[in-house]
Design a protein around this ligand. Structure first.
Ligand SMILES: NC(=O)c1ccc[n+]([C@@H]2O[C@H](COP(=O)([O-])OP(=O)(O)OC[C@H]3O[C@@H](n4cnc5c(N)ncnc54)[C@H](O)[C@@H]3O)[C@@H](O)[C@H]2O)c1
Length: 253
């Protein structure tokens, strides 16, 4: 097990990719603080981890609440005396072009896709510096490396978090704190439900994915989880400031 003795915090870990990431970190020996807006979903992830023989605890946290997010990190450090991995994962997709996105939609996007990553990283780095290093993973998207029609709020917030990731990586490299961005393409999680409805349902999205993605399919959660493990662990020990894209070739098509 390559994460034995490590302490990890994952936000948005009650479903989908966040859950898959929490599970793989625990499988490799980390103790995972499973944090989500939903207490119930956090508990469910912890149950799955424990059933598989891993170690985890659940914490209900709305990452848009700065104080709650800082408290999550402070409490974790107070209890475990170190934090090796921070995966800031929770995010939101607000569709629309410049004239369609409301000011509230833009603010909501920054409040969930950018600000919590900033708050969490700035709260965790003093602890990581003191202990001699750590790995911060910010979930962005392949949508942060290209432009897409009618996706102004999502694209710009995901691009912003990629640049913030690079900036953090540069500023903290000498403290052995690595910071990388996770950039998945299409993964079939509840996150896409509003977009699927907008596109006209399941058949329409399956058609879209098979035609638009060069590899002709969705990513599985397990495939993305492997990348989370890579970024979190010493397997990527010389990688920092990188935006790791796993999208079946969508961004090169
Ligand atoms: N699924 C995809 O196709 C895809 C692709 C690229 C990037 N992403 C990114 O992955 C993240 C979504 O992950 P997913 O696809 O596993 O979605 P998901 O819907 O399966 O899970 C998202 C989880 O985040 C939690 N959450 C929502 N708001 C929160 C908040 N304010 N505070 C704390 N937790 C909150 C939800 O309760 C839920 O459990 C987003 O950052 C998204 O941009 C997803």
């Amino acid at each position: 097990m390559i994460l034995q003795g490590r302490i990890a915090i994952v936000t948005g870990a009650g479903s989908g990719i966040g859950r898959g990431g929490a599970e793989i970190l625990a499988r490799e020996g980390a103790h995972v603080i499973v944090s989500d807006l939903s207490a119930e979903r956090s508990e469910e992830t912890v149950k799955l981890i424990r059933q598989a023989g891993g170690s985890a605890e659940a914490r209900q946290t709305d990452v848009r609440d700065n104080d709650a997010l800082e408290k999550l990190i402070a409490d974790t450090h107070a209890e475990h005396n170190r934090i090796d991995i921070l995966h800031s994962h929770a995010g939101i997709q607000v569709e629309g072009s410049l004239e369609e996105v409301t000011v509230e939609g833009l603010d909501d996007s920054y409040a969930l896709n950018v600000r919590p990553h900033f708050v969490a990283a700035r709260t965790v780095v003093p602890h990581m510096r003191e202990q001699g290093g750590g790995s911060i993973i910010n979930t962005a998207s392949n949508s942060g490396v290209f432009v897409d029609e009618g996706m102004l709020a999502y694209i710009t917030t995901k691009a912003a978090i990629i640049m913030m990731t690079k900036q953090i990586a540069l500023d903290y490299a000498k403290s052995n704190i690595r910071c990388n961005a996770l950039c998945p393409g299409w993964v079939d999680t509840p996150f896409n439900d509003p977009y699927i409805r907008q596109m006209g349902g399941r058949e329409a999205i399956e058609n879209y994915v098979s035609k638009t993605i060069p590899m002709g399919r969705w990513a599985s959660i397990g495939e993305i989880a492997e990348s989370i493990l890579f970024l979190a662990s010493d397997r990527s020990s010389f990688m920092t400031g990188h935006a790791l894209v796993m999208d079946g070739g969508e961004c090169i098509a």
